[in-house]
Design a binder for this molecule. Structure first.
Ligand code: 6R9
Length: 635
C-alpha cells in the first residue's frame, strides 16, 4: 500500500484513519519519502488554535523551488513543465521544459537580487497569465522573497491597497494584457496605483502587447534586457519550514482585504499530495487548470502542486469565449489534456452555448474533470459529466479556500463514488465537523450546519499579514478550538458533504469572493450616496449576482436614476474591478436596521431573492416601515 497514491476506496478509508489517528506519523512519512530537504524537522507539528499558532515540520530547511524544479532535472529535464497557450489561437503555444524553467527562474531570481530584493522582502506581481507570472513567483521563492500576486483584473485602488498593506518594495507587471479581442493597459493601472505607494522603488515590465507606454525613469525597467544580462545559475536560499512563502489577499466581512500568509514546508507537502491524488496524476499526463494564478487555485494547482510532482501544467492566457465558445475544447484537443479543472460559472456559460462548440473537438484524452470556486448546481454537474466527461471521467467537486491552501473536501477520482453537487468526503488528514448557531457540535448524518475543521492540516494559512488578531477573530473565535470556514454545509446519510454557500458577508460571484463591506465602501464614495447595502441573489451563469440598496442624499434636486446607476458601477470598477459591478440597484428611502444600528441583511437578501412571503422575525427592527417602501419599489 502506498500512502502517497490512493487507488481504491478501502485504501482511502485505511489511509484516512491513519491520517487522523496518528497525524504526525502520517505526515512525517509523506514528507520524508516524497520531498527534498536540506535538513529534516525537529518536530512534525505543534499547534494551539486558541492563540492561534500552527507549525509544521519545525526546524526543517528547504527551498520549494528545489522541490518543484531542480530535483526533476536529472530524470525530467527535457520534459515540458509548462505549456503556455496564448490568448490568440494563431499565436504558437510555448513548451517550457524543466531545464528551461530552471534557467529562466534562476535568471529572474538574479534580476530580483540585482534590484535589491532580499529574503523576506515582499514582491507584488501584477501580471496576466503569461509564463513570466509563474516564473516570477518561482523566482521569488528561489531567493526567499515573499510573493504577493494581485489578480490583474483588480483596479488601481485595489492594487495600491494590497501593495501598501504588505509594504511591497517592487512591482512586476507588463506593458498590457490580452483578454479576448481586447487589450488592457496594465502598466497604466500600475502607474495610477503607485501614485499612492511610496515604498515601491522599482517596477519590472514584461513586454507582452508592445504598446507605447510611459516608463518612469529611475523606477521602471524593461525586464528582458535585465534577464539577458543575468546568470542562469542561482543557488536557492535555504528557508525554514515556517518561513512565509507568499501572501494572497482575500475578501473579508470588513472593508480591508485580508493578506493570508502561507508558509513553506506544510504548503508544499499538502499541495503536492492533494494534486497527486485528487487528479490521479500520472507521469505523462497533461494537466490544465483554467484558473488565474492571481487566485489560490492557480498558486496551488497551476504552479506549486503540479510542479512539485514533475507534472506538465497548462497556462492559458485567454478566455473561454474567444475567438468562440469552443476555445476550451480546442485547447483540450490540441494539447491532449488529461485532467481539466475549471469553475462552475464557466461550465454554465459554456453549457448555454449548446453542443455545437463541443462536438467539433476530440475530448477523448480527458480522464478527470474538476470543479472549484463555488457550489456546482445539478444542471451544470450533469452537463459537464454527460457532454465533457462522456460519463466516464469522474468529476471532482473540490471544496477549499484561500485560507486552507489546498483541497479539503473532494472525491478522489476512480476511488470515491461521486454524487452530483456533493464535494463528498474529507481528503486525507482533514477533520471537518458541523456546528449549530449556538456553538454545539452537530453529530450524526443527514444534518446541516456551519462547517468547521477541528485539527490542523499542513497547508493552512498561519496568519493575516500584519494583523494576527484579525486572523484569530475571523477564523478561531466563532467556535472554540475550531477553524471556522464561513461556509454552511450539509452531511448526507453516508457522510458526504455538500457545501451550501457562505454564511457570512462574503458573496461568491462567478467564483470570485467579494466582501459586501468593500463594495459598500466604494458605492458610498459617490457624492450623491448616503448609505448602501449589498446582498447577493441567484444568477443563471454567475451563481450569484450583486443587488445594491442605495439611499441617496436628500439634496432637494431630482437626478436621473439610470445615470446614477452607471456612475455607481463606474466607481466600483475603479475601486475594486469590473467583477464587483452591481447587477441591480434599487434606490430606497431607508434600510431595515436593528436597534443597535445593524443592517438586517437577512431581509434584504429575501427581497432580492423575490422571496417575500415570509420575512421572518422583523420585531427587532427599528424602522419596519421602510420594508413596505422597499418591497413596492423592487426594480
Ligand atoms: C479555492 C477557492 C473560497 C470559498 C469557499 C466556498 C467557495 C470553493 C467550492 C466552494 C462549494 C466548492 N467554494 N470551492 N463552494 N463547492 N467546490 O475557491 O478559494 O477564492 O478563497 O473561495 O469558495 O464558499 O469558502 P477562495
Amino acid at each position: 500500500m502506498s500512502n502517497y497514491h490512493i487507488k481504491h476506496l478501502e485504501e482511502y478509508y485505511q489511509v484516512y484513519r491513519k491520517s487522523v489517528s496518528e497525524p504526525e506519523n502520517f505526515w512525517e512519512e509523506i514528507a520524508e519519502e516524497h520531498f527534498m530537504w536540506r535538513k529534516k524537522w525537529d518536530k512534525v507539528l505543534s499547534w494551539d488554535f486558541s492563540k492561534p499558532e500552527i507549525k509544521w515540520f519545525e526546524g526543517a530547511k528547504l527551498n520549494i523551488t528545489e522541490n518543484c524544479i531542480d530535483r526533476h532535472l536529472a530524470t525530467r529535464g527535457q520534459k515540458t513543465a509548462i505549456i503556455f497557450e496564448p490568448n490568440d489561437p494563431k499565436e504558437a503555444a510555448e513548451h517550457i521544459t524543466y531545464n528551461h524553467l530552471h534557467k529562466r527562474v534562476n535568471q529572474f531570481a538574479n534580476v530580483l537580487k540585482s534590484q535589491g530584493v532580499k529574503k523576506g522582502d515582499r514582491v507584488c506581481v501584477y501580471l496576466p497569465m503569461i509564463p513570466e507570472l509563474a516564473i516570477s513567483v518561482l523566482a521569488c521563492a528561489r531567493i526567499g522573497a515573499i510573493h504577493s500576486v494581485v489578480f490583474a483584473g483588480f483596479s488601481a485602488t485595489a492594487l495600491s491597497t494590497r501593495i501598501n498593506d504588505s509594504d511591497c518594495k517592487i512591482v512586476i507587471t507588463s506593458d498590457g494584457s490580452y483578454r479576448g479581442a481586447k487589450t488592457i493597459d496594465l502598466k497604466g493601472i500600475v502607474d495610477e496605483a503607485l501614485e499612492s505607494c511610496e515604498g515601491v522603488a522599482s517596477v519590472l515590465v514584461v513586454k507582452r502587447i508592445h504598446s507605447d507606454i510611459h516608463m518612469e525613469s529611475g523606477r521602471d525597467h524593461w525586464l528582458q534586457p535585465l534577464l539577458d544580462g543575468a546568470s542562469t545559475a542561482c543557488d536557492p536560499e535555504i528557508m525554514d519550514a515556517e518561513d512565509p512563502l507568499f501572501i494572497l489577499y482575500t475578501s473579508g466581512s470588513t472593508g480591508k482585504p485580508k493578506g493570508m500568509v502561507h508558509t513553506t514546508a506544510g504548503y508544499m507537502v499538502y499541495t503536492a499530495y492533494t494534486f497527486k491524488n485528487v487528479f490521479q496524476y500520472k507521469e505523462n499526463d497533461v494537466y490544465w487548470c483554467t484558473a488565474d494564478i492571481g487566485w489560490i487555485t492557480g498558486h496551488s494547482y497551476i504552479v506549486y502542486g503540479p510542479l512539485a510532482n514533475g507534472a506538465t501544467t497548462v497556462m492559458f492566457e485567454g478566455v473561454p469565449s474567444y475567438p468562440d465558445f469552443g476555445r476550451f475544447w480546442e485547447v483540450v484537443e490540441k494539447h491532449k489534456v488529461t485532467q481539466f479543472y475549471t469553475a462552475p460559472t464557466a461550465i454554465r456559460a459554456l453549457a448555454k452555448q449548446g453542443m455545437g462548440f463541443v462536438e467539433k473537438y476530440d475530448l477523448t484524452s480527458l480522464k478527470v474533470l474538476g470543479s472549484v470556486g463555488e457550489p456546482i448546481n445539478e444542471g451544470a454537474w450533469h452537463w459537464y459529466n454527460d457532454n465533457i466527461g462522456k460519463k466516464k471521467s469522474p468529476i471532482v467537486d473540490t471544496w477549499w479556500q484561500t485560507e486552507t491552501g489546498g483541497i479539503m473536501i473532494t472525491p478522489i477520482p476512480f476511488v470515491t463514488p461521486t454524487k452530483p453537487t456533493y464535494a463528498t468526503l474529507p481528503f486525507i488528514g482533514i477533520q471537518p465537523t458541523l456546528m449549530d448557531e449556538n456553538g454545539k457540535e452537530i453529530t450524526g448524518n443527514q444534518v446541516e450546519g456551519r462547517l468547521c475543521i477541528i485539527f490542523p492540516w499542513p497547508s493552512m494559512a498561519r496568519t493575516i499579514w500584519g494583523n494576527h488578531q484579525r486572523y484569530k477573530d475571523t477564523y478561531f473565535s466563532a467556535y472554540e478550538n475550531k477553524y471556522f470556514t464561513g461556509d454552511g454545509a450539509l452531511r448526507d446519510e453516508v457522510g458526504y458533504y455538500r457545501i451550501t454557500g457562505r454564511v457570512d458577508d462574503v458573496i461568491i460571484v462567478s467564483g470570485h469572493n467579494l466582501g459586501t463591506a468593500t463594495i459598500e465602501d466604494a458605492v458610498n464614495e459617490h457624492p450623491a450616496v448616503a448609505e448602501s447595502a449589498i446582498v447577493g441573489f441567484p444568477h443563471d451563469i454567475k451563481g450569484n449576482a450583486l443587488y445594491g440598496y442605495v439611499i441617496l442624499k436628500d439634496t432637494g434636486e431630482s437626478r436621473d436614476q439610470n445615470n446614477l446607476r452607471k456612475e455607481i458601477n463606474q466607481i466600483i470598477t475603479e475601486h475594486i474591478g469590473p467583477i464587483a459591478k452591481l447587477d441591480k440597484i434599487q434606490f430606497t428611502s431607508g434600510l431595515p436596521k436593528t436597534r443597535s444600528g445593524k443592517i438586517m441583511r437577512r431581509i434584504l437578501r429575501k427581497i432580492a431573492h423575490k422571496d417575500t412571503s415570509n420575512l421572518g422575525d422583523t420585531s427587532t427592527l427599528l424602522n419596519p416601515e421602510v420594508l413596505k417602501d422597499i418591497m413596492e419599489n423592487v426594480p
